[in-house]
Design a binder for this molecule. Structure first.
Ligand code: GSH
Length: 209
């Protein structure tokens, strides 16, 4: 098995945290995104989407999506459950996970990739080049502001994002908030519940992954 990673990128960090929570280690290959190694023919032969993370199984099958990789490890290594244990929990974790991804992670990405000078012509990850649109960066910042308020309300009523148990929804939310901080969109002072949750999940050893 081989895990294609990049230590500085948020998406592979989702998988690293997931694996750390489960106590699994996988042989890892670093892909140098800073020097566009993901766009080389050699890496595109591994993942035609030209993104990390990617996981190559021993039988040659490749899984080219962070959550797809998590689904695989949850199935072969169910403890501790990170995608819900009961039917209801599984449904809630999947719903929150997707909501955080859509309204949080993609919003930060919109803000960051449409304004970072080093990403000119690379406003979206993947094999195609797209120009930056400054209005999208502005819209992304507004969406992030709405997202953090929404999460603050949610975390006022719930210990973790999807309920009383830590899950992959918390992992997606953690990498999103840390990505936002890096994009100079820190958690507002008044979001006390989001700050409480962020301190709590950041203190888990897996957060260092
Ligand atoms: N389908 C992927 C997308 C992952 C993704 O966007 N990865 C980024 C790093 S966070 C990437 O590889 N970017 C390469 C680039 O910017 O060219 C997933 O969610 O796992």
């Amino acid at each position: 098995m081989k895990f294609y990673d990049c230590t500085t990128a948020p998406s592979p960090r989702r998988v690293r945290i997931f694996l750390a929570e489960k106590g699994i280690t996988v042989p890892t290959v670093q892909v140098d995104l800073r020097n566009n190694e993901q766009l080389t023919p050699a890496f595109r032969a591994i993942n035609p989407d030209a993104t990390v993370p990617a996981l190559e199984l021993d039988n040659g099958t490749r899984i080219n999506d962070a959550i797809g990789i998590c689904v695989y490890f949850e199935a072969i290594h169910p403890q501790p459950p990170l995608m819900g244990a009961t039917a209801e929990e599984k449904a809630l974790v999947a719903s929150w996970q997707r909501e955080v991804e859509r309204n949080g992670f993609y919003a930060v990405m919109e803000a960051f990739r449409n304004s970072t000078p080093g990403l000119k012509g690379r406003a979206l990850p993947g094999p195609h080049n797209y120009e930056q649109i400054p209005a999208l960066a502005e819209r992304g910042r507004l969406r992030v502001a709405h997202f953090v308020q929404h999460m603050n309300t949610r975390l006022a009523e719930s210990e973790y994002v999807a309920g009383p148990r830590y899950s992959v929804a918390d992992i997606t939310a953690l990498i999103t908030v840390d990505f936002a901080i890096r994009a100079k969109l820190p958690i507002p002072e008044e979001c006390a519940h989001l700050r409480r949750w962020h301190a709590q999940v950041s203190a888990r050893p897996s957060a260092k992954a």
